[in-house]
Design a protein. Structure first.
Length: 170
């Protein structure tokens, strides 16, 4: 693997990397505040992550000029607020059929589903932390966020709970 030497890059250009780490830190903090454990594998990336273990991943999907939800039907000035759309993916192992095809017990499925329900609720609760992050920069209220949480059908032995959030980039 080739790694680009970024040791000489200016601190001002690290805004997006710092934001991605900040999103990850805030999600972990919100889960911790509820006493809900998160996977030890935690990172940020670009695009949808590969699901190969229990993990918590923040992904950048898009950056654009304008406030969250702006349809950008007109040109924007380059100094207008920026917004980003991020995907927060929580992957957890769930019960699956064993090697001889015996399905998992209903109680095991329901216990795993309760974990997914908690994950979905806490992810949505974390959305308040992201509007506040802009407010801390500007003072007062933030520019608002757009957040949705969806849970995909289990696949490959993992249940994915995902929050897509569009927020101002401070």
């Amino acid at each position: 693997m080739t790694t680009v030497d970024i040791s000489g890059v200016s601190d001002e250009s690290r805004n997006l990397a710092n934001l991605l780490q900040g999103i990850l830190d805030r999600v972990i903090s919100t889960f911790d505040s509820y006493g809900m454990p998160t996977p030890t594998r935690r990172y940020y990336t670009f695009g949808s992550p590969a699901i190969d273990s229990d993990q918590l991943v923040v992904s950048l999907l898009q950056l654009y000029l304008g406030v969250p939800g702006d349809e950008a039907t007109e040109p924007r000035r380059s100094n207008d607020p920026k917004s980003g759309t991020f995907l927060i993916t929580l992957a957890r192992e769930v019960p699956v059929a064993n090697s001889n095809g015996t399905p998992p017990k209903a109680d095991d499925i329901q216990r795993a589903s309760e974990v997914s329900a908690l994950d979905a609720w806490i992810l949505m609760e974390s959305a308040r932390e992201f509007d506040a992050s802009w407010a801390n920069v500007q003072g007062g209220l933030g520019l608002g966020v757009i957040a949705t949480v969806d849970v995909e059908a289990p696949e490959g032995g993992y249940q994915l709970t995902r929050m897509t959030i569009t927020m101002a980039v401070p």
